[in-house]
Design a protein around this ligand. Structure first.
Ligand code: SF4
Length: 361
């Protein structure tokens, strides 16, 4: 299909297939992609409001058997640097979060072989009994796959027990690139493509809000990036009507500093600023059934974050008080609440503080 025909199909909210998406992604001038993505952003989120929020990442543990080659946050069991976060630490960090006006924690960490489902349900219950208004955006499909295998339960049973204990939403962590060829190279011990998607399918049936992500710029091909987006779109199409499904999509680039991919295999991040804007725009175009596209200002920084808002993104995420996995791999972007709002205004938009369900507050 000629580029002009692809423009018409995309602007008409048509679902591009892999070849069409790849053509548009690789051949369209960036300004055209940005224009189309902006038009589609206005269909999903009319107006100039750009969302942002306050939340805090608390790492449950840095002990992980997975040893993904892009991660330099994790430690092996028995390492003197390994830890499991204590209740005193949670209390200190959550008190600080509430004092800054936040009410959500992104509770993630490694897949620690010593921690079973009971550990997580007890933890969620304790936190919710101490902080009834706290929102838990926690774990991710790889942990659900791991817990299901460990406890011999279905994904539905694990998710239901976690929801009963207080899980409010499931981050799209561990998606990286949804291609088993890529996953065998960068995260061979982690959930496969179909396992990741099947967990999300169950979460959508249970009406647990979820997010979708992509970490790109390592060993994947351009076609595999497009296939990743189409996997997500197809799953979103299958969610029960009126259920949350994927509330948002967040792409971020591989951060290579100190990772095994770089030090042992010489694989550098292929990130460039214009390349990120192109990813944001093509994501908005292909994911025509996911309402929110978030630019990862934590990893790409202020300028590219601002430009992404002109390429289909309608959200800049959180001022995230703590984010150890990304910062351990070389990202040092940090913003406070007033800086975040200034960035949004400087880009020509209106800041709108939101909750974790993307509802303005
Ligand atoms: S990215 Fe996550 S699953 Fe992979 S090694 Fe790091 S902590 Fe473990």
């Amino acid at each position: 299909m000629a580029l002009e025909q692809l423009y018409v199909k995309a602007l008409g909210h048509g679902q591009l297939n892999v070849d069409e998406g790849l053509s548009l992604y690789t051949k369209a001038p960036l300004e055209d992609l940005m224009f189309i993505a902006n038009q589609l952003r206005q269909i999903h989120n009319p107006g100039k409001t750009v969302g942002w929020m306050v939340d805090r990442n608390i790492n449950l543990t840095n002990i992980c058997f997975s040893q993904c080659s892009f991660c330099n946050f994790c430690r092996k069991k028995g390492s003197p640097e390994g830890y499991v976060t204590t209740m005193d630490d949670y209390i200190k960090k959550i008190d600080e979060l509430f004092s800054l006006g936040g009410d959500q924690i992104l509770l993630q960490g490694g897949m620690n072989p010593d921690l079973g489902l009971r550990f997580y349900t007890d933890l969620f219950r304790s936190l919710k009994s101490m902080y009834p208004t706290l929102k838990l955006h926690s774990l991710g499909p790889p942990e659900i796959v791991y817990l299901a295998k460990k406890e011999r339960l279905s994904y539905c049973e694990v998710l239901s027990l976690l929801m009963e204990a207080g899980l409010d939403s499931l981050p799209g962590a561990g998606a990286e690139i949804l291609s088993d060829r890529v996953r065998k190279i960068v995260s061979p011990a982690k959930a496969t493509t179909s396992e990741w998607l099947n967990v999300m399918k169950e979460a959508h049936k249970l009406n647990l809000p979820t997010s979708a992500t992509m970490m790109y710029g390592h060993v994947e091909t351009l076609k595999e990036r497009i296939e990743h987006l189409i996997h997500l779109r197809q799953l979103q199409d299958m969610k029960p009507e009126d259920h949350y499904g994927f509330i948002t999509f967040i792409p971020w680039p591989f951060q290579d500093e100190g990772t095994e991919l770089l030090t042992k295999h010489g694989i550098r991040s292929s990130y460039t600023g214009p390349g990120y804007i192109r990813i944001v725009a093509i994501s908005r175009i292909i994911l025509n059934n996911i309402r929110n596209i978030q630019a990862s200002i934590l990893t790409v920084g202020q300028e590219i974050g601002m430009l992404s808002l002109h390429a289909g993104a309608n959200d800049l995420g959180s001022i995230m008080i703590e984010e150890n996995v990304v910062s351990a791999a070389g990202s040092s972007n940090r913003f406070n609440a007033s800086e975040m709002q200034e960035i949004i205004k400087e880009a020509g938009f209106i800041p709108g503080r939101r909750n974790q369900k993307y509802e303005m507050i």
